[in-house]
Design a protein around this ligand. Structure first.
Ligand SMILES: Nc1ncnc2c1ncn2[C@@H]1O[C@H](COP(=O)(O)OP(=O)(O)OP(=O)(O)O)[C@@H](O)[C@H]1O
Length: 663
């Protein structure tokens, strides 16, 4: 059908420039598989008034020094070996998050994997063959949303430290020899060989992992087989002992996946110790830049390594000058505040803020690094996802939105660029720059913001304000985009896009979507927000839709659903899922040391004061003020409003959907 042959055009990210201009750029740049510059439209543009922040800036505090991360984990006091199989079983009663003590780092957890041991009687030749491929096993150790990807583990015999070489499959005699050899083999991580690749800027990886601990969480160990396309082998969960300086050893049976069930009987042996922190505050000099991974409106995002624990993080650096010039002080402080609140929301599907601090020039937000990259990146490559894969992402997103809405936060900028994947393929929402906190149920807001393709009609129309339902509208757009490969409202220019959103027809390609998926999209893309799915019960109502009939929400929220796709991530410094446009750029050896805020500031002390509240700010006053400013994006859609009000609007929601078009 005419106009729908450019199926992936909907995924081209448009340069809807907000470069200090109130008027969205009418011309999209259309380079579908390359560009990614769909800047959000933000109601702040053109605003004359800035709202100064409340409250005082407070660095995340640490409370003691961390010994060198390479220091041996073994502590005096003697180990107590505990078989915590029952306690630590992923399906066991005790597998949920332990009572939280504090939201700020209170210590660090050192973990040392002593061995991955193959047990049982390996008399079967096929089993022996399988086991040899385990030369390429690696671990993904997950602490909250912080992940450590180990280098491949090295086989080690209990008697000889040697890699095993097994002859071809059809040699049964050799296979049985191998079988007997394997009966007592372990992977010994203390001798694991670390192979630096081009994506590993610094090859000196520690032989154990240290996590910065704010909440006393369980640790999940996932085992993958690199030789079989990073196939999931199994996992186990440990609940580390959080008594200071208490050394513990664990011996856990790995819950293996069905593909490996008859072949292996794996046990992981590890030790842990939790130690207090002395350090009071952090600054950029505590982090080593490794790679540039992204650029946003106000600055860059780097992959960094924290010097003391050697943990990798994503560090977003926001230039104060640019923020002030673009009158975004309040929003920026709001982003930090929302990240703090979401950290407390305990959603595994929201990127976790670890540290925030500022220098005279910049603001810094340090979050867990999501090595799988943006969902946008993967969608571009696949053009569209199979429905089951789209369902998985939409279901996890729904849980993320539920956690936000419960805390009175409307996200407002749901789009594939803001959805990141972790190493295992679970989603994590990032970028809370446009989110709004403290929106109670039933109340509305009026700021004109979001990203054009995903704007709900009530945001464009600006009639009675809008509420959390805008997020469900965007979710509907996203589901359509993931399953069909283009945007439901795709248009050549902004004015036409707005028209399509407010009264255009949504066309479903023939035979691509199930009846349930179509129905869910229709219900989410209901122009009347009061009748939109979610209006009566928020995410719970959406979760009950038949599209999600096969989702066990409890399992999903505990991340026990195996993701349908695992991004390729080789080692903890891997940035191959990010655009080479960024990752190929030179990075500084170090971030500049922090200067004295009062003397070396390039901005006046009054302006600096505005950043004192790099903490919570109630931005409700801002919405009203900015909406009425001349030249704001709200006024930029006035010509569209004129058009819109001349249209026949006495149609039902069903009139907006057409079931059959050719893909
Ligand atoms: N925790 C993270 N892990 C991995 N990548 C990240 C992380 N945070 C940000 N990024 C990368 O950096 C990009 C820009 O980050 P972010 O969207 O937060 O910046 P922004 O300045 O708000 O961007 P924009 O102006 O487009 O809204 C992301 O799209 C993502 O590719």
């Amino acid at each position: 059908m005419k106009g729908w042959t450019k199926s992936w055009f909907g995924l081209s990210k448009k340069a809807t420039s907000n470069q200090n201009s109130a008027v969205p750029n009418p011309e999209y740049s259309r380079s579908p598989l390359t560009a990614k510059t769909n800047h959000p439209l933000d109601g702040n543009y053109g605003a004359k008034k800035d709202v100064s922040s409340k409250g005082a800036f407070k660095d995340m505090e640490m409370s003691s020094a961390i010994p060198d991360a390479n220091e041996d984990i073994l502590m005096s006091g003697g180990p107590s070996t505990v078989d915590r199989e029952a306690l630590n079983s992923p399906s066991g009663k005790n597998s949920d998050i332990l009572p939280e003590v504090d939201h700020e780092p209170s210590g660090y957890l050192k973990l040392k994997i002593d061995s991955l041991k193959l047990e049982g009687n390996h008399t079967d030749a096929a089993m022996a063959m399988e086991c040899t491929s385990f030369k390429q096993l690696f671990l993904v150790i997950q602490f909250g949303t912080s992940e450590y990807v180990s280098p491949p583990l090295k086989w080690k015999s209990s008697t000889r430290d040697t890699a095993i070489s097994i002859p071809s499959r059809d040699s049964s005699a050799a296979a049985s020899r191998a079988s007997s050899m394997l009966s007592n083999f372990t992977f010994n991580t203390s001798t694991m060989s670390y192979c630096p690749t081009s994506s590993t800027p610094n090859p000196s990886a520690p032989s154990h992992v240290v996590f910065d601990v704010a909440k006393r969480l369980p640790v999940e160990l996932n085992i993958y087989d690199h030789s079989r396309g990073n196939c999931f082998v199994g996992k186990t969960v440990i609940h580390p002992c959080y008594d200071y300086n208490q050394y513990e050893q664990y011996s856990n049976r790995v819950e293996v996946s069905s593909a490996y069930a008859q072949l292996v009987d794996l046990r992981v042996q590890l030790s842990s110790v939790f130690q207090p922190l002395n350090k009071k505050s952090y600054g950029p000099e505590d982090f080593e830049p490794l790679k540039l991974i992204g650029k946003g409106t106000f600055g860059q995002v780097y992959l960094v390594r924290k010097k003391d624990t050697r943990r990798v993080y994503a560090m977003k650096i926001l230039s104060k000058k640019v923020i002030v010039r673009r009158k975004e002080v309040t929003h920026t402080i709001g982003e930090r505040d929302i990240l703090v609140q979401t950290a407390a929301a305990d959603s595994p599907f929201i990127v976790a803020l670890r540290f925030s601090f500022q220098t005279p020039k910049d603001l810094y937000l340090v979050t867990d690094y999501m090595a799988g990259g943006e969902l946008f990146w993967h969608l571009q490559k696949s053009i569209r996802f199979p429905e089951a894969r789209a369902k998985f992402y939409i279901a996890e997103l729904l849980l993320a939105l539920q956690a936000l809405h419960k805390r009175g936060i409307v996200y407002r900028d749901l789009k594939p660029e803001n959805i990141l994947l972790d190493v295992q393929g679970h989603i994590a929402l990032c970028d809370f720059g446009l989110s709004k906190a403290n929106l109670s149920v039933g109340s509305t807001t009026r700021t004109f913001c979001g990203t054009t393709d995903y704007l709900a009609p009530e945001v464009i129309l600006d009639e009675g304000g809008y509420d959390m339902m805008v997020d469900f509208w965007s979710l509907g757009v996203l589901l359509y985009e993931m399953t069909c490969g283009w945007s439901p409202f795709y248009a050549e220019n902004t004015q036409q896009l707005y028209k399509n959103i407010v009264f255009g027809k949504v066309r479903f390609p023939r035979g691509l979507l199930s009846a349930e998926a179509r129905d869910l999209i229709k219900l989410l893309l209901n122009r009347n927000a009061k009748n939109r799915l979610g209006a009566h019960g928020d995410a719970e109502e959406v979760k009950r839709h038949s599209f999600f009939a096969d989702i066990n929400w409890e399992e999903l929220s505990a991340k026990r659903f195996s993701p349908p796709f695992k991004p390729i991530v080789e080692g903890e410094f891997d940035v191959s899922n990010f655009d080479v446009e960024f990752t190929n750029k030179e990075v500084p050896n170090d971030f500049v040391p922090v200067g004295d805020m009062s003397t070396s500031a390039p901005l006046s002390s009054t302006v600096q004061n505005g950043f004192k509240g790099f903490t919570y700010v109630d931005s409700s006053q801002m919405d009203e003020a900015y909406n009425t400013e001349p030249g704001s994006p709200t006024s930029s859609v006035s010509s569209f409003h004129d058009d819109y009000h001349n249209q026949d609007f006495n149609r039902t929601n069903d009139d907006f959907f057409m079931d059959h078009i050719d893909p």
